[in-house]
Design a protein around this ligand. Structure first.
Ligand code: FES
Length: 357
């Protein structure tokens, strides 16, 4: 039998989000949140349909968890209005290596960084209070927003755990498993102390370079050697990388045009768009999308065909059907892929699928 848990007093807060125990008057907001199709999809263990009776049962369950010592169940509340905006629970396992954390955010409160703030608050407090050696966090494979929250808060990807859970209909579910150790937490805290004048640009999480989730961080460049508005090529093992300092911050992608592999570092960077030195292709380093198809035409990332074009606007002479023409027509211009970056001690590091030198 575990001891009763005492909520932190004063409540955990960073001035934007406060974590407090649930109250009976959160029921209506919890009900509305849990009826959201995205929450129904990504938290497939909650009832469907979800009613206020379910919400009241959930609140009782969280209060019971405080009482029987099985977990710290917090409502995420707006620090100014105290309004419920989400839930986060630190569930205690059999020992300090079996604790786990989970969260959800109400639809109208998304896009404001609340989940990342709440996860940071709860994990830091948990590590300090509980002597945690490992904190686990899992999401469904397609839940990229939740995975981004985990990574932003300093969790490390571990593996795909097959048949990890069962859903509300008892069907097995695979899970993407993350964890945090005291060393990861120290890294995350150090990263937050990085001077703010060197921003790392965001990019779509689904465009992370293949095979890099669990890859080691490798030094790419000294920050002193980089400058806003510039690009440079960096080679590590057999990877040629493009380090671009765009209007949104620094990104690392392959130094290879997604059309026909020309080095993008020989092109030009304007804002967030890099122009390839061949065929006038232009690519957005923020989104990974093609901003302008190459003059040769071809297939875009979604497989749609684009005709050749001329930069002067002149009409193109019809070319005889040859294999070269067919190759151009069938060449697909894919989206850019990105390497996760961080800054340590004045150096830019990226997660690369190679062993550090
Ligand atoms: S190789 Fe870059 S646009 Fe063709």
């Amino acid at each position: 039998m575990r001891d009763k848990l005492t909520p932190p007093n004063p409540p955990l807060s960073d001035g934007v989000i406060t974590l407090r125990p649930f109250r009976a008057d959160d029921a209506a907001a919890i009900t509305a949140a849990c009826q959201d199709p995205a929450i129904q999809r990504w938290v497939p263990i909650i009832p469907n349909p979800y009613t206020e009776v379910d919400a009241r049962g959930f609140i009782l369950m969280t209060l019971q968890a405080w009482h029987d010592g099985s977990g710290y169940e917090f409502a995420m509340a707006d620090a100014t209005t105290d309004r419920y905006v989400g839930s986060i629970g630190l569930h205690l396992g059999a020992n300090e290596r079996r604790h786990a954390i989970g969260y959800l955010v109400a639809p109208e409160a998304r896009g404001r960084g609340y989940a990342t703030r709440a996860l940071r608050l709860a994990t830091r407090w948990g590590f300090e209070q509980l002597g945690i050696e490992r904190l686990a966090l899992w999401t469904l494979p397609g839940n990229l927003a939740s995975q981004a929250v985990a990574e932003n808060a300093g969790f490390r990807f571990e593996s795909m755990a097959r048949n990890w859970e069962v859903d509300r209909d008892d069907r097995p579910l695979d899970a993407v498993m993350y964890s945090m150790t005291p060393e990861d937490l120290a890294d995350a805290l150090a990263a937050e102390e990085t001077p703010g004048e060197v921003p790392l640009a965001g990019w779509p999480r689904e465009l992370r370079a293949t095979g890099t989730r669990a890859a080691p961080f490798v030094e790419i460049a000294a920050l002193a050697d980089l400058a806003p508005g510039t690009m440079r090529r960096v080679t590590r093992a057999d990877l040629d990388l493009l380090v671009g300092w765009t209007d949104d911050g620094i990104v690392v992608t392959d130094d290879r045009c997604p059309h026909m592999a020309a080095p993008l570092s020989l092109g030009e960077l304007a804002g967030c768009v890099v122009s390839c030195p061949l065929h006038a292709g232009r690519f957005d380093l923020r989104s990974g999308e093609t901003a302008q198809m190459p003059t040769t035409g071809g297939l875009d990332a979604d497989g749609n065909h684009h005709a050749p074009w001329s930069p002067s606007g002149a009409e193109l002479k019809p070319e005889p059907a040859t294999k070269k023409l067919e190759a151009r027509r069938l060449t697909r211009v894919n989206r850019l892929r990105y390497y996760q970056t961080r800054i340590r001690d004045g150096r830019l590091e990226a997660q690369l699928p190679i062993l550090p030198e």
